[in-house]
Design a protein around this ligand. Structure first.
Ligand code: NAD
Length: 266
């Protein structure tokens, strides 16, 4: 990829104190972008932005809840106030709540919907409104999951939100294309992050066995796809979902394997 692709471009990435979001922010900044790094944890937002600045990048922490509509609008205002514009956003923040369907609670559902669906929708809305005003186009990237297209035990509610995110990108092609705003989605498969390793210490080994390419994704694998979608190289691509899963969704697991074992996946 052309390394000057993101010079003088401004991006907001939510849920980026660690994991996939952090790597996307780090990689954008390393290629010249100005990044606004959001996390609900103030400590992680500050620490993440500091790491990027230590490496010579331009990063500003914005701590707050990416599921809170007032905060989302404030976050876009702050970025525009400091940078004069935004070129793209990554609606990356999302929670994964595992739960037996029969005992899944309304409270867990509400929390999940508020961040994964409302947070994603209203960040896209706030960013698109700003990009429409700027009249320079822009790129919006949403974070889905392989479980938005293939079933996985105990992830019914989460899977529903991730499938909805893919449809949101497809639907908004109609309203955003007239303003040259592109909107796409990445559906990561099992990815090694601080969270997935904490949930399951054997995560790497488990998913190496379950994945045709014999390894789970790294956050850089997902960031490679993210930078492509955000760049002008994807200038004629909108409304699409790219699955980055080492082949997992291409293969139907045999009964007794992934679907029926106590295997966790984010
Ligand atoms: N890791 C995987 O295997 C995987 C697979 C498929 C999809 N995804 C999706 O990719 C995205 C990132 O996943 P991850 O594993 O890197 O994330 P993660 O769970 O490690 O979270 C990243 C950051 O988000 C922050 N966060 C949590 N709630 C927030 C909120 N309300 N507002 C702002 N920040 C918040 C956390 O503090 C954390 O630092 C998520 O949408 C997830 O659903 C992840």
């Amino acid at each position: 990829m052309n390394t000057i692709m993101f010079i003088n471009k401004t991006y907001i990435i939510t849920g980026a104190g660690q994991g996939i979001g952090f790597t996307i922010a780090e990689r954008l900044a390393s290629q010249g972008a100005v990044v606004f790094l959001n996390d609900i944890s103030e400590a992680l937002a500050i620490e993440g932005a500091q790491k990027i600045r230590n490496a010579g990048g331009d990063a500003t922490p914005i701590a707050g809840d990416a599921g809170d509509v007032q905060f989302i609008r404030h976050m876009v205002d702050v970025a525009v106030e400091k940078s004069g514009k935004i070129d793209g956003v990554v609606a990356n923040a999302g929670i994964t709540t595992f739960g037996d369907f029969f005992s899944y609670t309304p409270e867990a559902m509400q929390e999940l919907l508020q961040l994964n669906m409302a947070g994603t929708f209203f960040l896209a809305q706030a960013a698109a409104q700003q990009m429409k005003n700027q009249q320079q186009g822009g790129s919006i990237l949403l974070m889905s999951s392989v479980v938005g297209v293939q079933s996985h035990k105990y992830l019914a509610a989460y899977a529903m939100t991730k499938a909805a995110i893919q449809m949101l990108a497809r639907n908004l092609v109609i309203e955003l294309s007239p303003y040259r705003i592109r909107i796409n989605t990445i559906a990561p498969g099992a990815t090694i992050t601080e969270r997935t390793m904490a949930i399951e210490p054997e995560y790497d080994e488990t998913w190496s066995n379950l994945t045709p390419l014999r390894k789970p994704a790294t956050t850089n694998d997902i960031a490679d796809a993210a930078l492509f979608f955000l760049s002008d190289q994807a200038g004629h691509i909108t409304g699409q979902t790219l699955v980055v899963d080492g082949g997992w969704t291409a293969v139907s697991p045999a009964p007794g394997e992934a679907h029926f074992k106590e295997v966790k996946q984010g």
